[in-house]
Design a protein around this ligand. Structure first.
Ligand code: HEM
Ligand code: NAG
Ligand code: NAG
Ligand code: NAG
Length: 563
């Protein structure tokens, strides 16, 4: 962890300082030599100058020499050079245009290419062959340095942590997202879907308003996430959830801003900045929220609301009630397996995890669940709203496979192949996590058609999922259109296995991809079974910004009709 305090930032300072002293001395030295009235200078002064300059020059050369491996790699895979010391930092780090900018670069220089971010060597990758080698490599499981800002803000959870800690926690948390456990979540997913439908119906159909669906989806997904991972009902539909959403996007904003400001890299300086105050404020809100979630309570997974139970008690016959109680008991046993119960057990049983670890992991799990899933869901609905012809096909499938009303089971969901195509296609076009960063932990050999390239250990690797998944060279002429059949249909040409990686692949793959697909499928099925959604927006008009998770510059409104 010593490295955390002496990050790339301090290195940046050191280099900057070295150069400044070096240049300053050079100028001084020259002015001394050239000064015509400098009769009084002494030989000793000059000697001291020469020694100082040479010493600094040597230091500088040593610095360059120590980095020769990076320069050699950069020589082989040339990319934009950028400014001294800042590298491509300024241009790359503008989140408004970042993804479009990188796409432009990847056409100008042959990707993969090497560039500089601050003084870090940065490998940019956007082709499936290279992406495969990186995701498969056991030496690329640690995240890039940027994630350090995130872990210093919200704690070191699975998403950001590095090897020994990550491996241990991943092993402990993995079982909480297995297929068996997901089956227990279906009642919650179904119930949340009904809340969503009611909301769409009341606001969209009865009041006839055009809706900003993203906000509505975020609430539903966050509610489902809290119930299924923490076992807590939050009632976001009624209580204020705004502060929490703002805190989550505030964290992203703070981390991105810090990344844009190399002078804030060293912790010591950062702690005195205004950005740090803002970070503390949003972190305070988030920690309060997670603390609330962690309060011990009887799990709601599979357990009915107690008020509803009382009503049921009065209304229902005795034998039915008995049956229900049995069911409840069964469900309560099942709820032992949700995330929070599992980690609680690890804490209570021994030295595996501490409460601080649980807090960190809970924070990250909630953030990773709701941001990405609501984004993917939103884009799927938006794409279907923009393409009525595919929405009709989806509706046909739903009519054929599902009953008209009522809950949807996991077996029914597994038969919805067109729904899955529609989801995959929207995640292809709008990768919810547009870019991931890794760090080469050892020297890597990159095998390509035109030779083998050595990527030195310590290189930051940026994998541009967003641009790869809409690359014409990979996906053909329809790459930038929404067309589920052309890209995922049974007759679609086979693509490289790593051409579509919205959850990434390999050891560090998303832990919740099954969860996300299940929830999205269920919500989509329930929505499009009885409603038609349309929008005036067109695909070409959408402006995306890469902001850790994908965001739109403006969110178009949608109209909802009953079928
Ligand atoms: C459509 C929805 C989702 C997408 C597109 C998505 C995408 C991703 C991606 C790309 C990563 C790898 C990031 C990297 O390598 O830097 C990741 C990691 C992760 N995701 Fe997801 N995710 C989604 C939903 C979820 C859900 C529902 C959960 C929780 C139940 C979750 C929990 C995690 C965790 C804990 C990690 C870190 C795993 C590790 O590093 O070992 N995600 N996700
Ligand atoms: C990467 O891993 C996959 C699955 O484990 C395997 O099929 C593939 O051959 C591997 N590719 C490389 C380049 O090692
Ligand atoms: C990232 O997104 C959040 C929330 O949408 C926004 O408030 C923030 O300004 C964005 N950050 C940047 C640097 O654009
Ligand atoms: C959708 O993508 C996933 C990979 O994320 C794949 O396993 C699945 O087969 C795809 N579904 C369809 C219908 O193409």
């Amino acid at each position: 962890m010593g490295r955390a305090a002496i990050g790339p930032g301090s290195q940046y300072y050191l280099e900057r300082l070295t150069l400044n002293i070096f240049l300053f001395d050079l100028i001084q030295f020259n002015s001394i030599r050239l000064d015509p009235i400098a009769g009084s200078w002494q030989f000793n002064d000059m000697l001291a100058c020469i020694i100082l300059v040479s010493w600094l020059a040597l230091l500088w050369l040593y610095f360059l020499w120590s980095r020769r491996r990076y320069y050699k790699a950069a020589w082989q895979l040339p990319g934009p050079v950028g400014w001294p010391f800042i590298g491509m930092g300024l241009q790359m780090m503008n989140p408004q245009t970042f993804l479009q900018y990188m796409d432009g670069l990847s056409h100008k220089y042959k990707a993969p290419f090497i560039s500089w971010m601050g003084t870090n060597c940065f490998l940019y990758v956007n082709d499936p062959q290279t992406v495969e080698q990186i995701f498969n490599s056991t030496h690329c499981t640690n995240k890039g340095d940027f994630y350090r800002f995130m872990s210093s803000a919200i704690g070191d959870g699975l998403f950001t942590s590095s090897s020994p800690r990550w491996q241990k926690h991943r092993r402990l948390i993995n079982p909480a997202f297995g297929r068996q456990i997901l089956c227990n979540f279906l009642p919650i997913f179904n119930a949340e879907a009904d809340v969503l439908l009611e909301k769409l119906d009341v606001e969209g159909v009865q009041r006839g308003k055009s809706l900003e669906i993203y906000e509505i989806l975020k609430k539903i997904v966050l509610e489902a996430a809290c119930q299924t991972t923490m076992g807590k009902r939050m009632n976001f539909q009624h209580d204020g959830s705004k502060a929490i959403f703002e805190a989550y996007s505030g964290i992203t904003e703070v981390c991105v801003k810090r990344m844009l400001s190399p002078w804030l890299y060293p912790e010591l300086i950062y702690r005195w900045s205004r950005l740090f105050d803002r970070q503390q404020k949003v972190v305070g809100v988030l920690f309060g929220f997670v603390e609330q979630l962690l309060q011990p309570a009887v799990s709601v997974v599979g357990v009915e609301d107690s008020d509803a139970n009382k009503q049921l008690e009065e209304e229902q016959h005795q034998h039915q009630h008995q049956h229900q109680r049995q069911q409840q008991q069964q469900r309560r046993i099942k709820s032992k397996s949700i995330f929070i119960e599992q980690v609680r057990e690890h804490v209570e049983r021994g030295q595996q995890m501490s409460w601080q670890d649980v807090r960190d992991e809970a924070n990250v799990i909630i953030a990773a669940t709701f941001e990405t899933t609501s984004t993917a869901l939103y884009f799927t609905i938006l794409c279907l709203a923009m393409h009525p012809e595919y929405q009709e096909k989806l509706h046909d499938e739903l009519c054929a496979e599902l009953p008209e009303h009522g809950d949807i089971s996991i077996e029914q969901l597994e038969r919805l192949s067109y729904t899955e195509m529609a989801i995959n296609e929207s995640m292809r076009l709008f990768a919810p996590v547009p870019m991931v960063l890794r760090r080469a932990g050892q020297d890597l050999e990159l095998r390509r058609d035109d030779g083998v390239y050595l990527i030195p250990s310590g290189t930051q690797i940026g994998i541009d999922i967003y641009n790869m998944q809409r690359d014409v060279r990979v996906w053909g002429p329809l790459a930038r259109t929404y067309n589920p059949e052309a890209h995922f249909g049974p007759d679609a040409p086979t693509r490289h296995a790593f051409a579509f990686v919205p959850f990434t692949k390999g050891l560090r793959m998303c832990i919740g991809y099954r969860y996300a697909l299940l929830l999205m499928k269920l919500l989509l099925a329930k929505i499009f079974r009885c409603y038609r959604i349309s929008t005036a927006a067109r695909l070409e008009q959408l402006l995306v910004k890469g902001n850790i998770s994908l965001k739109l510059k403006e969110y178009p409104l949608c109209r909802v009709e009953r079928r």
